[in-house]
Design a protein around this ligand. Structure first.
Ligand SMILES: *Cc1c(COP(=O)(O)O)cnc(C)c1O
Length: 366
C-alpha cells in the first residue's frame, strides 16, 4: 500500500454522483460561461471569506495578473515579494513589465517584514506577500509598512483558502487577495480556476470587465482585457464542494496536530503554529538535514513526499535571463535545501500519519 501525497482519485470516487448531477444541471441550463451560478458562488465565497466582493477567474495566476493590472502596476515599477514561491507569483509581475524585488523569509518560510523597508525605492508600488503552505504572513507588520510608504498590497493567498491571522481571513488584508482553485489546492475545482477578493467596488467592477475582454455593456470596450471567465460547469461542481470545505480544513488541521505530536523534534524543525495563526495546511513542511537520504528511506516504505519548491525563483533560468544581478537571500537558499513536504491530505488516516512520523523518527535514530 502506497501512501500518496495527494489523493484526487479518491475525491473523484467519493464525489462521482454529485459531480455527475452538476454536469446534468449545467447541460440543462446550457449556460456555460458566467451567469447565475457564477454570481451565486461568488456571493457564497465572499460570505465565507468575509470580503465585500469576489470575482471568479480562470486561474490563481490570472487573479494575480488582473489584480496587479487594476492596481496600476506597469513598466518600470517595482513589486516586493519572495523568491520561495510558486513561479506564478513572479511571472505575473514580470508580464506587467514590473520588476520583482525579493525579500528574505523567516524560519516559517514567510516574508520577513523587518527586511522590507530596506528594499523600498522610489519605484516601489506594491508588496505581494505570499501565504506559503497555508500559513498567513505577519500581515499586521506588512500593512503597517504599506501604509507608511503608500504602497498597494496584493496577497498571493493561492495556498490559503480559509486560513486566518488574528481571526481575519487570508486575502482580505490588502487591496486585493488572490486565491487559486487549482485541483491541487485545498478548495479545488475540476480544472484551472481562481478568484480575487476585494472590498473596493471599483477594483471589482474593473476586474469583472477585464476578465471578459474589457467589455462594458455588450458593445462598449473601455480598455483591452483578457479572457478569464470561470466555466459554469466548474462553478456548479464547486458549489457542491464548498459545503465540504470546513470539514476538509478541520481534517488537515487535525493531521498537522498528529504530526506535531508524533514527530521527534530533535532533528526535525517544524515551524510552530502561533496563537495568531489559523493554518489550513495546504502543505505540511518540515526542515531537515540529509533530505535526499530521508526521501529514499521513506520511498522504500511507500511514503510519497514532495518539495515546494526546490529552486527559488531568482535562481530559475526564466528569471536569470532578464536579471543577472546578485541577490542575497540566505534563508531562502538554506530552506530550499532543507524543506520537505509530507502528505497532509484529508484522506489520510491517523495510522498512516503515525507510520510516517515513526519512520522519520527511525531514520534519524539509526
Ligand atoms: C498555485 C499557486 C499559484 C497559481 O495558481 P494557479 O491557479 O495554478 O494559476 C500562485 N501562487 C502560489 C503560491 C500558488 O501556490
Amino acid at each position: 500500500m502506497i501512501i500518496p501525497f495527494v489523493n484526487l482519485k479518491k475525491q473523484s470516487r467519493l464525489e462521482e454522483k454529485t459531480i455527475l448531477k452538476a454536469v446534468k444541471q449545467t447541460l440543462k441550463s446550457s449556460n456555460f460561461i458566467l451567469g447565475d451560478s457564477n454570481i451565486n458562488l461568488e456571493k457564497k465565497i465572499s460570505h465565507f471569506k468575509k470580503s465585500k466582493y469576489c470575482a471568479l477567474l480562470n486561474s490563481g495566476t490570472d487573479a494575480l495578473t488582473l489584480g496587479l493590472h487594476v492596481l496600476g502596476i506597469k513598466r518600470g515599477d517595482e513589486v516586493i515579494t519572495c523568491s520561495n514561491s510558486f513561479i506564478a507569483s513572479v511571472a505575473s509581475i514580470v508580464h506587467l513589465g514590473a520588476k520583482p524585488i525579493f525579500v528574505d523569509v523567516k524560519d516559517d518560510q514567510n516574508i520577513n517584514p523587518n527586511l522590507i523597508e530596506a528594499k523600498i525605492t522610489k519605484k516601489t508600488k506594491a508588496i505581494m506577500p505570499v501565504h506559503l503552505t497555508g500559513r498567513v504572513c505577519d500581515m499586521r507588520a506588512v500593512i503597517k509598512i504599506a501604509r507608511k510608504y503608500k504602497l498597494k498590497v496584493i496577497e498571493d493567498a493561492a495556498q490559503s483558502f480559509g486560513s486566518k491571522f488574528n481571526g481575519k481571513m487570508a486575502g482580505t488584508f490588502g487591496d486585493i487577495g488572490c486565491i487559486s482553485l487549482h485541483p491541487l489546492k485545498n478548495f479545488n475545482g475540476v480544472g484551472d480556476g481562481g478568484f480575487i477578493l476585494t472590498n473596493s467596488l471599483s477594483y471589482y467592477k474593473r476586474i469583472c470587465s477585464l476578465r471578459n475582454h474589457g467589455i462594458r455593456d455588450r458593445n462598449f470596450v473601455d480598455e483591452f482585457g483578457y479572457v478569464s471567465r470561470y466555466d459554469t460547469l466548474k462553478t456548479n461542481i464547486l458549489l457542491t464542494r464548498l459545503k465540504n470545505i470546513k470539514n476538509i480544513i478541520s481534517k488537515r488541521r487535525n493531521n498537522a496536530k498528529l504530526y506535531f505530536k508524533y514527530i521527534d523534534k530533535t532533528n526535525v524543525y517544524i515551524p510552530p503554529e502561533t496563537t495568531n495563526e489559523f493554518n489550513t495546511y495546504h502543505t505540511f513542511v518540515i526542515q531537515i538535514k540529509k533530505r535526499e537520504q530521508l526521501i529514499k528511506f521513506l520511498r522504500k516504505k511507500n511514503i510519497s513526499t514532495s518539495i515546494h519548491y526546490p529552486i527559488p525563483i531568482h535562481l530559475q533560468k526564466a528569471f536569470k535571463r532578464i536579471y543577472n544581478s546578485k541577490i542575497h537571500l540566505p534563508k531562502t537558499i538554506k530552506q530550499s535545501k532543507e524543506i520537505l513536504s509530507l502528505p497532509i491530505n484529508e484522506h489520510l488516516t491517523k495510522k498512516e500519519i503515525k507510520f510516517i512520523s515513526e519512520s522519520i523518527n527511525k531514520f534519524y535514530k539509526t
